[in-house]
Design a protein around this ligand. Structure first.
Ligand code: GDP
Ligand code: IMO
Ligand code: MG
Length: 428
């Protein structure tokens, strides 16, 4: 069972970092295949808390080879800051491999991300401001800079000058910003080249060989299904394919080498940034979930929007990703509730939708149809088997499983590394 993908089923922050870490000791490679330092994964190991943005969470496990795939956009300053911070805490990062085909995020991408958001005004996406969208736009426009370009100064200079041609007009004439000198960008990128050199690799080939040798490769998705540029709530999405298909294109590993797709889903829902969110709560229950679940962004510190579990979203994630197993996280956050509403379908202007509406306007108008489940009113953080869970908690999990399209194979009952109930092995 060598190729395993982990994706988010909702709008991000489902606890993917913790799930990757859980599998850590059994895997040989962990591959980040999409996104960049817009991701924020918190992993709690004993008393230590690690916040990772660009590096895959598997880097925390000894013996694992972490890989940054071609589908990632890499901010080199962030890469080295994150590596140095881990080295200072005694983590061995020497095995890191970075795809020669990954694109870089530069100063002009970060600047454009911020100014375009400001110009969008009320229509803004609420991006993380890390330059993600502009870097992917350059990739698709064929004016991006790849890691391998750092090793041919002439080519690098030509490409940076080409990219800045139009951008400087935009920055100066539209956004009233100063022009950016090509030299400034080239010098900055070259300053990282030598330290980066030993990590740069044909990662698609290395992963192919690893899979042929029956090594276990875990593909770790950033963001989530509903933030996927094709399948999410466009335009309120990130700029990459965060669904399981992205694991193939973003790593160069063929789809038929992927055997298992694990989706992480929270026992309720959160979202950061703008866009539709049918089960969103604006009342005291929203505050309650936000505070109990500590729903504040790992990357931007922003307060997360919160709402009840949305079964049509989970079913959609199951279908789009080909989910074989769900990991249901943060069940403990619901411990003190008397009843727990779950959205089972939507009402769109009087019409019932059991599946995600294909039209954006319908999804914006979707009103949740709720079913109520009795709470368990008991602390479950110490439970380590399904039988340990109170009957009402078991019933809640089984009800979600029945309506979400795939089996729930593990259940998170607390932030710590070992706070998990496993029902089905996630690797074999
Ligand atoms: P990611 O972006 O999907 O990796 O998720 P984040 O790290 O941004 O957010 C998930 C948060 O939930 C982190 O702070 C985790 O430590 C925490 N967490 C994960 N699983 C559980 C769980 O089962 N219970 C509780 N209470 N917290 C959890
Ligand atoms: P993890 O991996 C939650 C959201 C931003 C914004 C939209 C576009 O921790 O789950 P971008 O900067 O990517 O262009 O922003 O996507 N977003 C996330 N929300 N978790 C994330 O990552 C996110 N990465 C991006 O808030 O709405
Ligand atoms: Mg996160």
């Amino acid at each position: 069972m060598p190729g395993i993908v982990i994706v988010g089923a909702q709008w991000g922050d489902e606890g993917k970092g913790k799930a990757t870490d859980l599998l850590g000791s059994r895997i040989d490679y962990v591959v980040k295949f999409n996104g960049g330092n817009n991701a924020g994964h918190t992993v709690v190991i004993g008393d230590e808390k690690y916040a990772l943005h660009l590096l895959p969470s598997g880097i925390l496990t000894e013996g694992v080879t972490p890989v940054i795939g071609n589908g990632v956009v890499v901010d080199l300053e962030v890469l080295f800051d994150e590596l140095d911070a881990l080295i200072a805490r005694g983590v061995d990062v020497s095995k890191l491999r970075v795809s020669a085909n990954a694109h870089v995020i530069t100063h002009y991408h970060r600047t454009l991300d911020k100014v375009t958001e400001r110009f969008l005004g009320k229509r803004q996406i609420g991006t993380t401001g890390r330059g993600i969208g502009p870097a992917y736009a350059d990739k698709i426009n064929r004016v991006g800079i790849r890691i391998q370009d750092l090793y041919d100064e002439n080519i690098l200079r030509q490409k940076v000058e080409g990219a800045l041609d139009v951008k400087n007009h935009q920055l100066v004439k539209i956004y009233n910003r100063r022009a950016i000198e090509a030299d400034e960008i080239v010098d900055e990128l070259l300053s990282y080249a030598e330290r980066l050199r030993p990590m740069v690799a044909d990662t698609a080939l290395e992963l192919h060989e690893a899979l042929t040798d029956e090594k276990i490769v875990l593909f770790e998705g950033g963001q989530a299904t509903m933030l996927d540029v094709d399948h999410g709530t466009y335009p309120f999405v990130t700029s990459s394919n965060a669904t399981s298909g992205g694991a193939a294109t973003g790593s160069g590993v063929a789809p038929n080498r992927i055997d298992r797709v694990i989706a992480i889903v929270k026992a309720y829902t959160t979202r950061v940034g703008a866009g539709p969110f049918p089960t969103e709560l604006f009342d005291e229950w929203g505050d309650y979930l936000r505070e109990t679940g500590f729903e504040f962004g790992t990357t931007t510190g922003r307060q997360r929007r919160v709402g009840w579990y949305d079964a049509p979203v989970a079913r959609y994630a199951s279908r789009i990703n080909g989910v074989t197993d769900f990991v249901l996280t943060k069940l403990d956050v619901l411990d003190d509730l008397d009843t727990i509403p779950v959205c089972v379908a939507y009402d769109v202007d009087g019409v019932r939708f059991d599946e995600m509406p294909v039209n954006q306007s319908d999804f914006h108008h979707a009103k949740p149809i709720y079913e109520e489940f009795p709470g368990w009113k008991q602390d479950i953080t110490g439970c380590r088997s399904f039988d340990d869970l109170p009957k009402n908690a078991q019933d809640y999990v089984l009800a979600l499983e029945a309506m979400s399209g795939s089996r729930i194979s593990a259940i998170g009952v607390g932030p710590g590394r070992d706070a998990i109930v496993v029902r089905h092995d996630l690797v074999d």
